[in-house]
Ligand binder design. Structure first.
Ligand SMILES: [Zn+2]
Length: 105
């Protein structure tokens, strides 16, 4: 990456520019973390596919996703409203994925 102050090329993990001494934005790494899950995707999946637990599979909460999927499948779809309400509560309250990593915007 490049220093935002002087444009000097610095190591990706550097916290201070070696040329000008300026502090480099530490949140840059988090913002471009390819492993971070999108909050928007989590919400949209919860709204449209929450009855099947898809948002939980996306965020890594496989156990909860399986539970919501089974509730819907085993009731021939009638229980999906229960899974869906559960999903809506989750997308409104959960801020991190299954590894504890915060969602990105
Ligand atoms: Zn610099």
């Amino acid at each position: 990456m490049f220093c935002p102050n002087c444009g000097n090329e610095v190591a990706d993990h550097a916290v201070v520019c070696v040329k000008c001494g300026g502090a480099l934005k530490s949140q840059t790494a988090a913002a471009f973390d390819p492993a971070a899950k999108s909050k928007m995707a989590f919400i949209l999946l919860g709204i449209f596919l929450g009855g099947l637990g898809i948002h939980n599979f996306y965020a890594g909460y496989t156990g909860k996703g399986v539970a919501q999927l089974l509730i819907s499948v085993l009731t021939c779809g009638f229980g999906s409203i229960i899974s869906w309400i559960w999903a809506i509560v989750e997308v409104c309250t959960i801020q991190v994925d299954a590894t504890g990593k915060p969602f990105t915007n």
